[in-house]
Design a protein around this ligand. Structure first.
Ligand code: UDP
Length: 389
């Protein structure tokens, strides 16, 4: 008999939901994480009375009532709606693409006028390519969906900065997340349930992990044998290529360098997220955290974070951030899998190896090499744990 039924590697959403479910079923779990904190990339930390989303903005949204009901056991959600603003060289546009954006871009007022202009631009693009072909890359997807003006000003620069690759080599699905609507409606998401956990994500994950043993600052891959000897089963949520010692070569990930600054003012930019969609501004967006829970925070203070995208390499360190007056520095994390054809093929090879690993469950954005939203990760963890009797 081993000490634990499960050792769960990673205290992010997949690991924490899985641990919560198994703990509820009376299984003995140990959650370990190499970071000094729980909650993985949804970790939030209070600065100046404001919950700062340390690893990028996380807005919870879902169409899945079961996931919504599940998550509310651990936090009360506010009614925050994400309405980011795109800043293209000082010209401001509403996101996602909706009547406000079309009015700002072309001066059109009615849905009919907007549809006609979009149709004209789409037709220009479609006339030059064989009929019936599926978009082969992100640029084709964008031009066929929203036409050249919106693509050039709101997608191309941002996407190429974010992913570090030309749009013509990126997979189309990346921007299928962005809605196009003919209503004056700036809500970034279509999902019926949306909000931010009042008091922060860390508190929410703490509640999930209540009664579960957690050890922080422990790297599973440093001593796999030791951890395996302690548990019947492993749940691994780290990068799948690292689990197998990069035996087929490394998968590519995009990372972000965050520069967080405190400003002596109540309101810096008037919205939670401003996207800088030109190619010259080196950061992709500025997040002003107090807007997620407006009314919170010390008077006369606000906290903002600039996101600088960059390629992730194993062991790479964030540098230079302190010189820029940033509050944090440390190791870079692999945030976004690059799901292009080359990486996807490599992932499939690792995935086949993973299937042969008895007693190991691979789950979450890094272990499944998938650009998951939070609700999908939760669903996956609920389904996976649900199969274990
Ligand atoms: N995107 C863009 N312009 C924007 C916002 C998003 O081109 O102003 C594209 C970009 O390729 C990005 C993708 O849409 O990677 C998905 O954006 P989302 O905001 O959902 O990304 P996340 O918050 O996960 O970084």
């Amino acid at each position: 008999m081993k000490k634990y039924d499960f050792i769960i590697v990673g205290a992010g959403l997949f690991g924490s939901v899985f641990a919560q479910q198994m703990n509820q079923k009376g299984r003995k779990c140990l959650v370990i994480d190499k970071r000094p904190n729980i909650a993985g990339n949804v970790y939030s930390k209070e600065i100046e009375g404001i919950q700062v989303h340390k690893y990028g903005p996380h807005i919870f949204h879902t169409a899945d009532k079961k996931v919504w009901d599940y998550i509310q056991q651990f936090a009360q959600f506010n009614h925050f709606h994400y309405e980011p603003v795109a800043n293209y060289k000082g010209e401001l546009y509403s996101l996602p693409f909706n009547m406000n954006t079309f009015h700002q871009m072309w001066g059109v007022v009615t849905p009919k006028e907007a549809e006609e202009e979009l149709e004209r631009q789409r037709a220009e693009f479609l006339a030059r390519r064989p009929k019936g072909n599926e978009p082969e890359n992100l640029e084709e997807q964008a031009l066929g969906l929203i036409g050249r003006d919106l693509y050039e000003k709101l997608i191309k620069g941002y996407t190429e900065k974010q992913w570090g690759r030309p749009c013509v080599v990126l997979p189309a699905f990346i921007i299928r997340r962005l809605p196009v609507r003919f209503r004056y409606d700036n809500n970034y998401f279509n999902d019926p349930y949306q909000g931010i956990p009042i008091g922060g994500y860390t508190q929410m994950v703490e509640k999930m992990l209540a009664g579960v043993e957690v050890k922080l600052g422990c790297d599973y891959l440093d001593d796999k044998k030791f951890y395996n000897s302690l548990a019947e089963n492993i749940v691994y949520t780290g990068p799948i290529d690292a689990y197998f010692n990069d035996c087929y070569g490394s998968l590519e990930y995009r990372s972000l360098r965050f520069e967080t600054e405190i400003h002596d003012k109540d309101n810096y930019q008037g919205c939670a997220g401003m996207n800088f969609t030109d190619s010259d501004t080196p950061y992709t967006r500025i997040v002003e955290h107090k807007h997620f829970e407006f009314g919170k925070g010390n008077p006369g203070k606000t906290v903002i974070t600039k996101e600088y995208p960059l390629e992730w390499k194993a062991g790479s360190l964030e540098h230079g951030s302190l010189e820029h007056g940033s509050l944090e520095h440390g190791s870079l994390e692999p945030y976004y899998p690059v799901n292009d054809a080359k990486n996807q093929a490599l992932y499939e090879k690792y995935s086949r190896l993973a299937k042969q690993e008895c007693n190991v469950i691979f789950g979450g954005r890094l272990a499944e090499y998938k650009y998951y939203d939070m609700d999908k990760v939760i669903k996956r963890a609920l389904d996976t744990s649900g199969q274990i009797v």
